[in-house]
Design a protein around this ligand. Structure first.
Ligand code: TMP
Ligand code: ASP
Length: 237
């Protein structure tokens, strides 16, 4: 597998073309950003930790029959993935209230959401990732009704796999964001699953073990990510 030129660089990852037209290399950088790029920092080891964490989760999901773009880890901070045609959407599932949903609806942080709630956001830093509904997505041509239904189905199946996994490590999977894309017309999970894109709390103390540590200047960000990984059984270099 030959790594060719960089195609795209995001806030925390970069994507490179390879000599296989259907495969990309995803590079997990130490760059960390929050609030639509308004707060940035370099966190040592984060690229490696998120690459290993993501691989572990993607393999668990694949084992449960969820189609994902992940193929294999190539190095400490690189993974080989299928080239997807990404939908410009972020699917958020919330098992407990935290973050923007508390601000929007005046909910108390930690409120149990039963059933878990599902939200769609347009992926656009320039517009501040506005929330949108299924009619917007369909009417504006961002995805078909079938694709929306499939994203919801996969998102909730992923919740059924991940919630017990985190619980077994005495952690609550509070919320998370997923992105989907198409490979030969098949919808599959793309992007990453790491503590950069979800909220994880210790079940007993409710200590935050995710990117809120960075957003809220709580310190020990990467150490918390590693602690989550350790409890799940992820092996880091
Ligand atoms: P929110 O509370 O800011 O709406 O975020 C909900 C969850 O989704 C939280 O775990 C962070 C994640 N998320 C991202 O990783 N990137 C995003 O662009 C958005 C909107 C949410
Ligand atoms: N999309 C938001 C951002 O890029 C999510 C976050 O705060 O992590 O900043």
């Amino acid at each position: 597998m030959q790594k060719l030129e960089e195609l795209y660089t995001g806030k925390a990852k970069s994507v490179f073309r390879t000599d296989d037209p259907d495969r990309f290399i995803m590079v997990f950088r130490n760059d960390t950003s929050a609030f639509d790029g308004k707060k940035v920092a370099q966190l040592e080891r984060k690229g490696m930790v998120n690459n290993r964490f993501n691989a572990f989760i993607m393999e668990k999901l694949a084992a449960a029959g969820i189609p994902t773009h992940f193929e294999r880890v190539l190095s400490d901070n690189e993974a080989l993935v299928k080239k997807l045609e990404m939908l410009p959407l972020e699917c958020v599932v919330r098992n407990y209230a935290a973050g923007s949903i508390c601000r929007r609806y005046g909910l108390e942080e930690g409120m149990v959401l039963n059933p878990p709630t599902f939200e769609l956001f347009l992926k656009s830093d320039a517009l501040g990732d506005p929330m949108c509904n299924e009619y917007h997505v369909h009417s504006f041509g961002w995805a078909t009704e079938e694709q929306i239904a499939r994203m919801k189905e996969l998102t909730f199946r992923i919740n059924d796999v991940l919630q017990p996994l985190f619980l077994a490590g005495n952690m609550l999977l509070v919320d998370y964001k997923l992105e989907f894309g198409l490979f030969n017309g098949e919808l599959m999970l793309g992007d990453e699953f790491s503590p950069d894109g979800c909220r994880i709390w210790d079940k007993d103390t409710r200590e935050k073990l995710d990117k809120d540590r960075f957003r809220q200047d709580l310190g020990n960000v990467v150490e918390a990510y590693e602690e989550v990984g350790r409890r799940l059984g992820v092996s880091f270099a």
